[in-house]
Design a protein around this ligand. Structure first.
Ligand code: NIG
Ligand code: FE
Length: 397
């Protein structure tokens, strides 16, 4: 196995629980897809091959831990409706929203879904994403949920690690009038999809326009029986107590959380559940209620951020913009935002082998035209990626 040394860069390791872990003239030794050594260039071990970084900035690869990347159609008309005064919930109650994307997704072939999702994944990769979570949830029948998850798995061919999440409990499909009967079906389908190796985690939408905590609990019981970890779209539009429910199942993450209560924060802190904040959805829906960042910090709840790419509430394909928005809209520090899209994003997916630049971790990293990672959080609408390294391989930038 050949060892390649990258040397002469500003390396932001994010080692430890706080601080940037900056090495001013730093180097990384990569072998077999892993980081074998990270430290000052002057102390670097011998290598078969050397890449000069010429003072460029090196960070962990970005982890986008919450996306709905696979779907048909688009919802730009709802953007217009919201600007004319309709709310996201009004549109959903009138049969639009998620259900409109369900109709377009059911009508799309696997090849069409793959082609559209490939373009979106390429846009994320072009900004440095090396790990990508993709949810189902626009099929809401077994065949289309399966198709979505198969397409998500195929995105791995682009040179990105893909984690799939089963989100059939996203909305009530038109052919069901009884939500409990639909939840029975959601639980039934999960067994086959899990046996087929298509599911890494299970998610649900706990909200007054979606499913109740009791219904979500039944989905989580089914996940638990199969040994699958859970996550939750929780307290996005109202406080349903979803965070406490999810923490009771030791959920990997609760996501959105604008209406998270102090009791929810305590439960998440005790369970080690990550708070995934989604500034794209907050921005696009013109929300005014902020997630309780100071209280999350104080309770020691790890904070992640993600694009939440979807055609309705967050049609963004820019993780770099989310770094900036997490700071400007939610008041995260640039370091918190970076940890949110690296090490804590990985944790929200149950992954401990990435997100920091330390020996033993996967060799997933980005080389940027810049001198300090805070520059990337301060800037927006600009992509200074020079090189993206995935499992030790240089790819497209
Ligand atoms: O994360 N909140 C629920 N699910 C998505 C939006 C889905 C949609 O509007 O299509 C979200 O915001
Ligand atoms: Fe989402």
């Amino acid at each position: 196995m050949k060892a390649r040394l990258w040397r002469g860069g500003v390396v932001a390791t994010l080692a430890g629980d706080s601080g940037w872990g900056l090495i001013d003239d730093g180097a990384l030794l990569v072998e077999g897809g892993l980081l074998r050594w990270v430290g000052p260039s002057a102390d670097a071990p011998p290598a078969d091959d050397i890449v000069e970084l010429r003072g460029a900035l090196v960070t962990p690869g970005l982890v986008d831990c919450h996306t709905h990347l696979v779907y048909g159609g688009n919802r730009a008309h709802e953007f217009e409706q919201r600007l004319l005064g309709a709310s996201y919930a009004d549109i959903a109650k009138a049969g639009g929203g998620i259900r409109s994307t369900v109709a377009a997704t059911r009508a799309a072939s696997e090849a069409e879904l793959l082609s559209a999702a490939t373009k979106r994944a390429r846009a994320l990769i072009a900004e440095g994403v090396t790990t990508l979570e993709v949810k189902s949830g626009y099929g809401l029948d077994c065949a289309t949920e399966t198709r979505m998850l198969r397409v998500a798995r195929q995105l791995a061919g682009l040179g990105v690690d893909v984690r799939t999440t089963y989100l059939a409990a996203h909305a009530l499909p038109p052919e069901f009038s009884n939500a409990d009967a639909y939840i029975d079906a959601v639980c039934r389908w999960l067994t086959g999809l899990s046996d087929a190796g298509l599911v890494d985690a299970v998610d649900a939408f706990c909200e007054h326009i979606a499913f109740s905590p009791a219904q979500v609990g039944r989905v989580f019981d089914a996940a638990r029986r199969l040994g699958l970890p859970v996550k939750l779209h929780a307290e996005q539009l109202s406080d349903q107590g979803g965070a406490q429910l999810a923490a009771g199942y030791r959920a990997l993450s609760c996501d959105h959380l604008e209406y998270l209560s102090p009791a929810g924060i305590r439960a998440m802190a005790e369970a080690g559940t990550v708070a995934v904040l989604l500034p794209g959805a907050f921005y696009a829906l013109r929300e005014t209620r902020l997630p309780p960042v100071a209280a999350l910090r104080e309770a020691g709840v790890p904070i992640a951020i993600a694009t939440d790419h979807n055609p309705g509430s967050s049609p963004t394909l820019s993780p770099l913009l989310m770094l900036n928005m997490a700071c400007v809209l939610f008041g995260l520090t640039p370091e918190e935002a970076w940890r949110g899209m690296t090490v804590n994003g990985a944790r929200a997916l149950g992954l401990a082998d990435r997100g920091r630049l330390v020996a033993g971790q996967r060799a997933d990293f980005c080389v940027w035209d810049g001198g300090h990672p805070r520059e990337l959080a301060a800037c927006f609408g600009h992509n200074p990626l020079l090189e993206r390294v995935f499992e030790g391989h240089q790819g497209e930038a």
